[in-house]
Ligand binder design. Structure first.
Ligand code: HEM
Length: 158
């Protein structure tokens, strides 16, 4: 497991130029306290409304076709608030996040990670309450995690 994680982190660093330390700069401040719950909800609502109406890349929105949008929003926002310094909302309701396992059955190709990040970057721009510093920290974390999931899922499958 240790090797799996460190190999994965080096692969991600090669791909994105982000060290693990940079990617985890979300932990140097409490973004939950700084931004507040309403802002987190606004971000996830904004993100998923883009995903579910992605007419340019229909294959991408189809990845989510079995899940009602309000449930996807709730799962994401609870996880984000928990991961960024807030109460353990996600784990109290659903247990360990185990993100690689929970993404195993989806198309997690690099192209999907790129499209996910494209929508997230736009959502972060649109939610005006998010200051520049928080935006940068969150985007680094999201970039790292999107490739972590993409590569992690493919390594576990092979
Ligand atoms: C790489 C591209 C990604 C794709 C294609 C993808 C796809 C999906 C899909 C289809 C779901 C199911 C919707 C649901 O049940 O809530 C989901 C759930 C979820 N995703 Fe992703 N995701 C990606 C990246 C990420 C990233 C970067 C994060 C975290 C930073 C993340 C966190 C989550 C969480 C917390 C859930 C809820 C899991 C659950 O409770 O079952 N995903 N994702």
């Amino acid at each position: 497991m240790f090797e799996f994680m460190s190999d994965l982190d080096s692969l991600i660093e090669e791909k994105t130029g982000l060290s693990l330390k940079e990617a985890m700069s979300i932990d140097e401040v409490n973004l939950y306290t700084r931004l507040g719950e309403e802002t987190f909800w606004n971000l996830s609502k904004c993100f998923y409304s883009k995903v579910y109406s992605d007419e340019e890349e229909k294959w991408f929105k189809n990845i989510f076709k079995n899940k009602p949008m309000d449930e996807a929003i709730q799962n994401q926002v609870e996880f984000f608030m928990q991961r960024m310094g807030g109460p353990a909302y996600y784990s109290r309701r659903k247990g360990h996040p185990a993100l690689i396992g929970r993404h195993m059955n989806f198309n997690m190709a690099e192209k999907a990670a790129e499209r996910w990040l494209y929508h997230m970057r736009n959502a972060l721009e649109e939610v005006k309450e998010i200051d520049e510093d928080s935006k940068i920290r969150m985007m680094k974390y999201f970039t790292h995690t999107a490739y972590f999931l993409s590569y992690g899922v493919s390594m576990k499958k092979n």
